[in-house]
Design a protein around this ligand. Sequence first.
Ligand SMILES: [Cu+2]
Length: 113
Amino acid sequence: MKFSHVLAAAALATALGAHAQTAPQSSADHASHHTTASAAPQSQGEVRKVDREQGKVTLRHGPLLNLDMPAMTMVFKAADPTLLGGLKEGDKVQFTAEKVNGVFVVTAIQEAD
Ligand SMILES: [Cu+2]
């Protein structure tokens, strides 16, 4: 009887310990879940320059909420140079920008209607 009591106490301590370890983990998961959910909205922009050799595009863009960035004109790297295929200066575009390893990257871009 006394032995099983000790086991129950040990099991309880283990459960509490596990809980203390998983709580911050699950809140981090929760935060990353929200980051992921809002990471790739479509943003509006206008093509200022296309550099196919470098795989870069200069866009004048509106606020990028996912990157916490106000409206500006800046250079983005294309995630894939073929994304820039049909683009030319002055095109109104919808695009998705993400920050990858400290570099702003366009992961999707298309002419806006
Ligand atoms: Cu910007």
